[in-house]
Ligand binder design. Structure first.
Ligand code: PAF
Length: 284
């Protein structure tokens, strides 16, 4: 496995694969890798001949400086884990490689229809930061396929739209959320939870499941369902940011009686840690 921190070395390697007609899959990450990320790498391996993983904590997508500073950085462990996965290339650029002119001079990519809902409301500027860095990484790596986790469902839809709207020649593939035995979605942020918070955290997923069961049983009062779940979360120490039932394809609010694929999504803080999760509920 090769580790490169600059685009010249990256391109040189990619060029040799292209010359051999090898299919390249790319998994962009911010490091602090856990089983969830490794499942993305496995998915990529099933789809392509060569696997590239990037590790870059992108300052542009953090609207909260404190969150950026606290973000766990574990590069050596990450590289070891990836070499066990038989990843081919790890790209570890720093800010001077990604933003050579500085971030304030950077051309920004804005995907419409994302800032005004769900994570877009609580994290102003976040999705522009994601769209900008992902566009740059796509252009740097020039892979055939990119794999993203469904845990960041809104991000996955944003990237699919970005690629379609800008005609970027890459297939964006979603991979299912990996969960701990408790049901808690795997996330780098879980490492920031105290032991007590870890016991409470699985309630997030349980509330999503409760809503799904109610919908499957014919409940149509969507507001009552989401309000009840938020109350439960508050009583257990969470501060919910949103908990909503949306149409899975465009994240528009679900309507009572909708017979389509829905997504139940939540973001909530436990102490200072912001957790997100979502599940599919297909009533079609
Ligand atoms: O999901 C993430 O880890 C990040 O948002 C991504 C896609 C690597 C962009 O920095």
């Amino acid at each position: 496995m090769q580790v490169v921190d600059n685009t010249v070395a990256l391109r040189t390697r990619i060029k040799t694969w292209r010359a051999n007609n090898e299919l390249i899959a790319f998994v962009p990450t911010m490091g602090n890798l856990h089983e969830g990320h490794l499942s993305l790498v496995q998915k990529a391996k099933a789809l392509a001949d060569r696997i590239v993983v990037s590790i870059y904590v992108n300052p542009l997508q953090f609207n909260d400086k404190n969150d950026l500073e606290k973000y766990p950085r574990t590069l050596t462990e990450d590289i070891n884990l990836l070499s066990e996965q038989e990843c081919d290339l790890v790209f570890t650029p720093d800010d001077s490689v990604v933003y050579p002119q500085g971030m304030s001079e950077q051309t920004s990519v804005h995907v419409p229809g994302m800032d005004d809902k769900l994570c877009g409301l609580g994290r102003p500027g976040h999705f522009d930061g994601v769209a900008t860095v992902v566009t740059k990484l796509f252009n740097m790596v020039q892979a055939d396929i990119a794999v993203f986790g469904e845990k960041d469902y809104q991000q996955l839809l944003l990237i699919k739209k970005l690629v379609a709207d800008l005609n970027i020649p890459i297939d964006v593939v979603g991979a299912p959320t990996r969960r701990e035995d408790s049901g808690l979605a795997m996330s780098s942020r879980n490492n920031l939870l105290s032991d007590t918070q870890r016991l409470t955290a699985p309630l997030l997923y349980q509330q999503l499941m409760t809503i799904r069961t109610a919908l499957e049983n014919g409940e149509t009062d969507l507001d009552a369902l989401t309000q009840a779940a938020q109350t439960q979360l508050r009583e257990s120490g969470f501060e919910p940011e949103y908990l909503d039932i949306r149409r899975a394809d465009d994240l528009r609010p679900a309507q009572p009686g909708d017979r389509t694929a829905l997504r139940i999504l939540v973001a909530a803080r436990l102490g200072s840690v912001r957790l997100i999760d979502n599940i599919l509920c297909d009533l079609a």
